[in-house]
Design a protein around this ligand. Sequence first.
Ligand code: NAD
Length: 253
Amino acid sequence: MGIYAITGGATGIGDAVKNRLRTQGHEVLVIDIKSADIQADLSSEEGRGWANSELARIAVDGLDGFVACAGLGPHVMPYSLITRVNYFGAKASVEGARDLVAQKNGAIVVVSSTSAVFDYEDNFLTLLHEDKEEEACAAADKLDGQTAYGAAKYALTHWMRQHSAAYAAGGVRMNAIAPGYTNTPLNAMAQASSEYAAAIAAYKASIPIGFAGEPEDQASAVCYLLSPEARFICGSVLFVDGGSDAQMRPGEF
Ligand code: NAD
């Protein structure tokens, strides 16, 4: 049986991935700000460094797979925290796991979002691409939450695409899933608030397949991409969204 690590494995999609892998008999190391094997705050450089060094210490013989799932929703303030966790934290965790996954010719899955496909302001994206975290965070605090969130997912997905060939050459298959609306704690607070409830209900009603996703729907896609069944899939973005992206962008793929 294999050994896997996942960020954000305490709740929601990450928890479902963890449970699915454990049910398959694998060992799973959770990196999270709470309820974790490696407790770390991925919003800070210190926390990322701690997570990466602890992971290397524990998974000394390598990893069969790594999932970058930790993330904050678009309603979390300050919005710079979204930039720190969803882009800089996710990227640093993948970079930290790369050599461990290479040791076992394993796979990495990055958790993106359907919101990654929209156009975001070039100046902000440039700050992300150039790793200017403090400047990007200052800029994020002047944006709205949806933009900070979507731009972080856009940049993370582009980063995955740009690096997948080099990772593959080193023995690591890297892909992303792009979840659509999924019932998790990330959405629960917004759904319960009078400010967002109506918009969320309308969005959920628009999902072509007729229902919102559950964490297990995302977990099955992640575990498929991690598995040998997906051995020729590399650098792909798998939309797990009940048809929302196809409905919104029928001419794009
Ligand atoms: P969730 O809130 O249940 O899970 C997020 C996890 O990330 C939690 O375990 C949380 O503790 C952890 N986390 C948050 N901040 C952290 C930090 N600073 N350091 C370490 N860990 C931290 O939400 P979820 O919906 O399961 O989200 C998982 C991923 O899926 C996120 O990246 C999110 O952006 C993405 N996503 C979710 C949806 C959705 O509709 N739920 C849609 C698209 C993408």
